[in-house]
Write a protein that binds this ligand. Structure first.
Ligand SMILES: NC(=O)c1ccc[n+]([C@@H]2O[C@H](COP(=O)([O-])OP(=O)(O)OC[C@H]3O[C@@H](n4cnc5c(N)ncnc54)[C@H](O)[C@@H]3O)[C@@H](O)[C@H]2O)c1
Length: 346
């Protein structure tokens, strides 16, 4: 039996000592980036050493204090004001330079507005010469297609990239992949999500990107909306966004994994921007035919108490850990969350 480098490293760790931990950075320090800092705080196997926002970045080899980073971002507008931080209009590029040899992997928690933004950032990272693991929580099929087109360049750059590693796509796509194993043929995958957040400003990009799926809207229109316009729109719906037939990369990921053609995958949901309680239980239903000719449906339902942040950041770091295992075995290039099993981060 072989042990991965990560397992050996963690076996040498003592409780609460993060020596040998995977050194992680978060790009984007909004709703998800801040939640990521809190998720990582009690982990022994991962240490948050870098955070990047629009106006600056912070790097600390000893690890960033989540409370201090969040308070600094809230009160002063950027983590660049932290000790070891730096303010810059090209924060991503500067953070990547500082990360060379110092950061093993980044969670990309950036807004994908415009719809080409993430792919442009990834191209910049490839050009920088940094090597390591990248994990995204991209949602749109057309956005993921741009990342897939970078696969060879990522491989040549020595980057291990895992795409679609949030909740959906991500956790639910992976669950659908496992559920499909009971069937000889998969007929449909139906993802329905419920999200409850107390106020939309905590997740500005998420909410703008959701609005972009509404009739009459697209990513460009949503990107250009002022906060007051978002607020006015939410006033007309009592804070609720009901979304159907969304362009979601779960379809592409399940097609690439050979599970079913993308037209058999549907994604929709309800987002309540004024109540932390989920308006409905997030679930994925996978219907298929068994080898005995029976038609059946497997359903995987998330607990209502789990927040969007828990269901995005948990998988993102589980996939980042899996990415580090791949990277240390010399496996570079692009993988989706439907083809790699996430590894639980202790
Ligand atoms: N797959 C999933 O299940 C899932 C679920 C929720 C959100 N998401 C995605 O996560 C992403 C982040 O969402 P959020 O609501 O946390 O965002 P947010 O608006 O709360 O935060 C965005 C952060 O990115 C930073 N940023 C913006 N432009 C930047 C730039 N040019 N350079 C550096 N930093 C920059 C901002 O300063 C901010 O800190 C969105 O794209 C959203 O769609 C995915």
């Amino acid at each position: 039996m072989s042990h991965s480098v990560v397992d050996l490293a963690s076996a040498q760790m003592v409780n609460s000592d993060k020596t040998g931990a995977i050194r992680v950075g978060v790009m984007g320090f909004g709703g998800l980036g801040q939640a990521a800092a809190r998720v990582l705080a009690p982990k022994r196997e991962m240490l948050l050493v870098a955070a990047v926002d629009r106006d600056g970045f912070a790097y600390s080899p000893e690890g960033l204090d989540p409370d201090r980073a969040i308070a600094t971002y809230r009160d002063r507008g950027s983590v660049g004001h932290l000790p070891g931080g730096s303010l810059s209009p090209t924060s991503i590029l500067e953070a990547i330079e500082a990360a060379k040899g110092n950061v093993d992997g980044f969670f990309l928690a950036l807004p994908n507005l415009p719809n080409t933004f993430m792919a442009e950032v990834v191209e910049q990272i490839i050009a920088s010469g940094w090597r390591g693991v990248l994990v995204d929580a991209l949602k749109r099929t057309s956005a993921m297609e741009q990342i897939l087109a970078l696969g060879d360049r990522l491989a040549n750059a020595g980057i291990t990239y895992l795409t679609g590693c949030g909740a959906t796509p991500g956790l639910l796509t992976a669950a659908a992949t496992i559920a499909a194993q009971s069937y000889a043929e998969v007929h449909s995958v139906k993802i329905t999500f419920g999200v409850g957040i107390a106020n939309w400003e905590a997740y500005r990009a998420t909410i703008r990107e959701d609005i972009a799926h509404m009739p009459g809207y697209d990513t460009e229109r949503a990107r250009l909306m002022t906060d007051a316009e978002v607020e006015a729109l939410l006033d007309t719906t009592n804070g609720i966004l009901s979304l159907e037939n969304m362009e979601h990369a779960d379809d592409l990921m399940l097609e690439l994994a050979g599970i079913c053609s993308r037209d058999r995958v549907t994604v929709g949901g309800v987002v309540d921007t004024r109540n932390a309680k989920k308006p409905l239980s997030t679930n994925v239903q996978v219907t298929g035919r068994t080898f005995e000719g029976k038609i059946s449906t497997h359903t995987f339902t998330l607990g209502d108490e789990t927040s969007m942040a828990a269901n995005v950041c948990g998988p993102a770091f589980g996939y980042l850990k899996a990415g580090v295992s791949l990277q240390r075995r010399g496996q570079f290039g692009l993988f989706t969350a439907a083809e790699i099993m996430p590894q639980f981060v202790r």
